[in-house]
Design a protein around this ligand. Structure first.
Ligand SMILES: [Zn+2]
Length: 292
């Protein structure tokens, strides 16, 4: 599932090939990936020129000549490819005036393409949390965000309204690198641990961008390549293997429906969390009206 480093890699790739190219024709082959009516989407893009490609959170953002934005949420399996021949599940085809094309390809079609006029774009962007690689995102700011929530810290990192761009892979990796238990209540992470987690998070994201992201299955760069960060994963997907820091076996736990991987020695154990912080485990409170 594409996260910040994957979206950033795709945006950088597209930025090398898209700006200045005009769209001649848009074919929506799978209407369910397009936000709003198909005709409106087509009319908003046809005849427009692509400007810079960028990113907000996990979304690839393509600026159009009239200052509207084509916001692409890649969902689980979305790809943006410069050639139709590389596409296995084409969903939207942008044919360029120069004879080339851009294909939005999505096998499972959880992705979404939306055209936002400039004011809508600004409004939407404000609903997302800060960018974790922005200069203004400091350790203190992260601590302030964590301090306001009792949710497990892993879940908080995934909440796009609190911090933008982080998904399960990089949340798990940053928590391992920053030595914080994934299920620790966010407000139990003190300022020093938050500072360590902040450094870890930014380092993991930067290294992943440098490696062009992580391909577990479907993700490809705009050049059709797989990401190279997979071998650098230290916790995610490594259950049963030794922690590279202390050789303790990496464990897998599932909460809120998603797996987390952690080292009990480096990141503490879930047991002491449970006894100290009852909010960290699912509520067993009886429903209203049920028998005592
Ligand atoms: Zn360890």
């Amino acid at each position: 599932m594409p996260e910040l480093p994957e979206a950033e890699t795709i945006a950088r790739g597209l930025n090398r090939i898209l700006p200045g190219r005009a769209v001649r024709r848009v074919s929506v082959l799978r209407e369910d990936v397009v936000d709003g009516p198909r005709d409106g989407f087509v009319a908003a893009v046809e005849g427009k020129c692509f400007n810079a490609a960028g990113r907000r959170g996990k979304n690839v953002v393509l600026s159009l000549g009239d200052s509207s934005r084509l916001v692409v949420n890649l969902g689980m399996t979305g790809r943006l490819l410069p050639e139709l021949s590389r596409s296995t599940h084409p969903a939207v085809l942008f044919q360029m005036q120069d004879g080339g094309c851009l294909v939005y390809d999505d096998a499972r079609r959880f992705g979404r393409l939306a055209i936002l006029a400039a004011p809508e774009w600004r409004r939407w962007s404000r609903t997302l949390g800060p960018e974790p690689l922005a200069r203004s995102f400091t350790g203190r700011r992260l601590h302030g965000i964590l301090a306001r929530s009792r949710s497990p810290v892993r879940n908080l990192l995934l909440d796009q309204k609190r911090i933008a761009g982080i998904g399960n892979i990089y949340a798990v990796e940053a928590l391992w690198a920053g030595r914080v238990h994934p299920r620790a209540p966010a407000n139990s992470v003190g300022p020093r641990s938050a500072a360590r987690l902040h450094r870890a998070l930014r380092k993991v994201l930067r290294n992943a961008i440098q490696a062009r992201g992580t391909t577990l299955r479907d993700y490809r760069t705009a050049e059709g390549m797989e990401g190279g960060f997979g071998p650098a994963l230290r916790a995610y997907g490594r259950a049963g293997q030794p922690c590279v820091r202390c050789r303790t076996t990496i464990r897998r736990i599932v909460f809120t429906g998603r797996p987390a991987y952690y080292c009990r020695r480096c990141q503490g154990s879930g047991h002491d969390l449970r006894s100290v912080h009852p909010m960290a485990v699912p509520s067993t409170r009886p429903r209203e009206g049920s028998a005592p």
